[in-house]
Design a protein around this ligand. Structure first.
Ligand SMILES: [Mg+2]
Length: 191
């Protein structure tokens, strides 16, 4: 409950910064294939932090979808695993085990407060010894992921077409897609 109050309070404070993710094309990613090594270089990003739910797979999945896995493998081969991190609000043991087995050099954020608190992003920057401004988070939520980006003074890519599976998790997917629509409307009106 406290986290939601924090998100509302900080979301109001950061509403203009959050609107950039809705109106500026360079702040958005409409599909994983749009986020290329060349784009990361052009944006001067040293480390890319990935969200899991919606970005690598549908909600509650244990492993990335095959197309997300292919994209991630290509990215790792091109820029190096050590320049990628994972920050999910749901660090399920199955997910951690998957990354430790297939991408052992990807840094997994742990033991921090969940998004929208900025500590996860700051932990990556500190661990890598770089400025938070050279860290980018790819996330499908405005009032959690993108808000943590604003609070950490880092970079963000707003993922606009998240993976969803309504047959598998009808209630959860409906809940989260309603949240996404609501937060977009609020920021469009207030930002
Ligand atoms: Mg997500």
């Amino acid at each position: 409950m406290f986290r939601w109050w924090y998100a509302i309070k900080m979301g109001w404070q950061q509403r203009k910064a959050l609107k950039r993710f809705l109106v500026e094309a360079e702040q958005r990613v409409n599909g994983l294939s749009e986020l290329t090594p060349e784009r990361l270089e052009a944006d001067n990003i040293a480390v890319l932090i990935l969200d899991f739910d919606g970005v690598l797979a549908w909600h509650d999945a244990n492993t990335p979808l095959p197309e997300a896995e292919r994209w991630l493998k290509h990215l790792c081969q091109t820029i190096g695993e050590q320049r990628i991190a994972l920050f999910t609000n749901k660090p399920k043991p199955e997910r951690i085990a998957y990354f430790q087995k297939h991408f052992p050099l990807i840094f997994i954020v742990h033991s921090v407060r969940r998004k929208p608190y900025p500590q996860g992003i700051l932990q990556v920057a500190e661990y890598k010894g770089i400025s938070a401004h050279r860290v980018a988070l790819l996330d499908d939520r405005l009032l959690t992921g993108m808000l943590s980006v604003c609070l950490a003074y880092s970079q963000g890519y707003y993922f606009t077409k998240p993976y969803q599976h309504y047959l598998r998790h009808p209630c959860k997917e409906l809940f989260f897609s309603s949240l996404r629509v609501l937060e977009r409307c609020l920021i469009r009106i207030l930002g």
